[in-house]
Ligand binder design. Structure first.
Ligand SMILES: *Cc1c(COP(=O)(O)O)cnc(C)c1O
Length: 379
């Protein structure tokens, strides 16, 4: 059996254990501590725009707290991109609110500004109150059309909770994803751009908001000599050990981003010779995806195989690939939720496939993937 090629693996830079060792040597084996503080500062410097970053146990926790701080409460509605991973939408329900799903546009595969506005208008008309937050996602690292989304959000005065879990290092108009919303969420899960073995961060605009996020992430303890609680809190803070891994990963983040972009370029060239296969691209110079995952779509007029047939063939060759996210409005768990759209995300789900894109992969690995895709398509 040939060596397995994974979709997106954790990729250590080499210095991670130094930071963990330091935590052990100084007995900071707890949540909070010097690695957490330093990791937050480093992330903030990386993002720019004077953002305040709070390190948490998961990206999902970051979305949860961002929505909480946006004022989302029981009975509210939150407009959420349908074409995403369930972790974008689930936290809406943790707060007793309901997601209202909006379709994607075909250039970035992210939230359609057109359907966003249609949804807001319709909810105001039918529900008598406006949605409490807007949750766009930069899927597979591709920035959403933030100018359009922000101008609609401003018009209706609705805060944006930006899901940048897959988009660390992606830029839109020369500015890093995660800094566009009132709040932004990052993820350091094992398969993302960088990892802390599991973790995330909430990006805030002000220090007050960051303190508020830390307050809720540490059981909402009021500053008194005894334990006193006016709010329900959570245990969401990142540990000093995990943050040590994160600090090591920060040293190689730029290299990892560059490598994912290189892999995307290589796929674009090598797959260019296979008819009916289209590699997802930045729609214009305004968009600069980190290409967390390189995705393809098939032109079914030309190409007689389905994405799942390609996936199965690759699996036989010990290569991992994955169908695109099945939209949230097509998930049984969200079947009662509203959806505004024209079928763009359903089409993407039918036609697309994510290819192995981890920064650990060699040029030869990519060539092997392309060769196998070529074989099944011409069969
Ligand atoms: C990974 C991911 C999340 C959640 O991040 P975790 O750190 O795994 O909790 C949220 N949204 C999207 C789009 C993701 O890909």
């Amino acid at each position: 059996m040939k060596q397995r090629i994974y979709l997106s693996l954790a990729h250590m830079g080499g210095r991670e254990q130094d930071f963990i060792k330091e935590a052990f040597d100084t007995n900071w084996v707890v949540p909070l501590g010097p690695n957490v503080d330093a990791f937050e500062k480093e992330l903030s410097a990386f993002l720019g725009q004077d953002r305040h970053v709070v390190a948490l146990s998961a990206g999902t926790a970051a979305i949860h707290l961002g929505l909480l701080l946006s004022g989302v409460e029981k009975g509210d509605e939150v407009i959420c991109q349908s074409f995403t991973f369930a972790a974008s939408a689930n936290p809406v329900t943790y707060l007793g609110a309901t997601p209202v799903f909006v379709d994607s546009e075909s250039e970035t595969w992210n939230m359609s500004p057109e359907f966003l506005e249609i949804a807001i208008k319709d909810r105001i008309e039918k529900n008598g109150k406006k949605p409490k937050a807007i949750l766009p996602v930069h899927l597979y690292g591709m920035p959403a059309k933030m100018d359009e989304i922000i101008s609609i959000a401003r018009k209706y005065e609705i805060p944006i909770m930006e899901d940048a879990a897959e988009a660390i290092g992606s830029e839109y108009n020369g500015r890093k994803c995660g800094t566009y919303g009132e709040f932004g969420a990052l993820s350091f899960n094992g398969n993302k751009m960088i990892t802390t073995s599991g973790g995330g961060a909430l990006v805030c605009r002000t220090e007050e908001e960051a303190h508020r996020a830390m307050f809720f992430a540490t059981q909402a303890r009021e500053p008194r000599p005894y334990y006193y609680h006016e709010y329900i809190g959570y245990n969401y803070r990142m540990s000093n050990i995990c943050a040590g891994i994160g600090r090591g990963q920060m040293l190689v983040l730029d290299r990892h981003i560059a490598r994912r972009r290189e892999i995307h370029k290589l796929y674009t060239v090598l797959l260019g010779n296979i008819p009916g296969v289209k590699v997802m691209q930045n729609p214009s110079f305004v968009f600069d995806s980190n290409f967390w995952l390189t995705c393809i779509t098939l032109d079914r007029q030309v190409c007689k195989v389905t994405p799942d047939e390609i996936r199965k063939h690759l699996e036989q060759e010990n290569i991992e690939s994955r169908l695109l996210w099945r939209p949230m409005h097509m998930q049984p768990v969200f079947k009662d939720c509203l959806f505004y759209g024209d079928g763009t995300s359903e089409q993407l789900f039918q036609d697309g496939l994510c290819l192995p894109s981890g920064s650990v992969l060699s040029d030869n690995d990519i060539a092997r993937v392309v060769e196998e895709i070529g074989k099944i398509i011409s069969r």
